[in-house]
Design a protein around this ligand. Sequence first.
Ligand code: NAP
Ligand code: ZN
Length: 354
Amino acid sequence: MAQTTPNHTQSVVGWAAHDPSGKITPYIFKRRENGVNDVTIKILYCGICHTDIHHIKNDWGITIHEITGIITKVGSNVKNFKVGDRAAVGCLAAACMECEFCKDSQENYCDKIQFTYNGIFWDGSITYGGYSEMLVADYRFVVHVPENIAMDAAAPLLCAGITVFCPMKDNNLIDSPAKKRIGIVGLGGLGHVAVKFGKAFGHHVTVISTSPSKEKEAKELLGADEFILSTNAMQMQAGKRTLDFILDTVSAKHSLGPILELLKVNGTLSVVGAPEAPFELPSFPLIFGKRSVKGSMTGGMRETQEMMNVCGKYNITCNIEVIKPDQINEALDRLARNDVRYRFVIDIAGGARE
Ligand code: NAP
Ligand code: ZN
């Protein structure tokens, strides 16, 4: 996959999977020079998303897309960042900038969207993801990190955070006076941030999980009000028609039927988890409860900055386990086994701090 694009002159040390075994090893590749619209970022931390596992097993490449770091260079057109700023990059690297979605800063729904990983940038080069010491990014796809939140615990906000923030915002759950009963299915990287948002805005939050061991921490550590073990038929029965909104973050195949039953009439189930196999979607829980199922994909750049600002205001970050680059393979194995509380973050700069 290593390729040569004329202005790609900067050698970067990174790490990549080279075959479907998914093992990550060091890798040297080229990044572009800092153009007029670019900023260069010295990467400090990268979060590991479950999407990385979905990809690494199938693709060749680096996928990491939850990145925080410090700006080291700014192009001449860049007005909103300066050298030394705390910055962050998520899933998006480029979009057409002309369509109705781009004009409304919903770049994530542009049909020419290019991701930070395995994407093709405007100059024809491959975007290699954040799993390296340095990144050159177009300033329109970079956000500021509020001063009061730690750079390591902030990194996963760039995917896990924004992915749960947007559907909650779409359903008027962010900073709204109306208090709702919401359910979060799957208490992983995405799910635990969703619980924090829900509680920060005063909602009644129920965690729906397959892991009995997570009940205590869901309630005591994250402040969840209720916990339903989804494998327990009695608990699922007792939870029927109790929730206004549910966010499903589960990474594995499952049926949406029992989850839909937990919604009140007219409730909405927003799906952000991305299992490789199709969901089971039985018709009866849908039609008998006039319920809706929607999807949502990360967020646009304006919303990403808004989410970061909200996190700064409410002091919301992720619960993380910081690892060194040589522990990545072990971390990926543990993530695949549902054994992380709640996000791995790689210390890329090895102790260098902001
Ligand atoms: P994660 O940390 O691994 O969390 C996923 C959770 O799903 C687990 O903690 C577990 O929660 C539950 N789960 C796992 N296997 C399960 C099974 N076999 N049956 C039922 N529940 C199971 O993953 P993540 O990083 O939060 O990502 C979650 C999903 O969202 C992934 O599919 C990822 O690709 C996708 N994603 C989508 C977007 C988007 O834009 N829509 C963005 C980022 C990620 P419990 O132990 O509580 O059951
Ligand atoms: Zn992600």
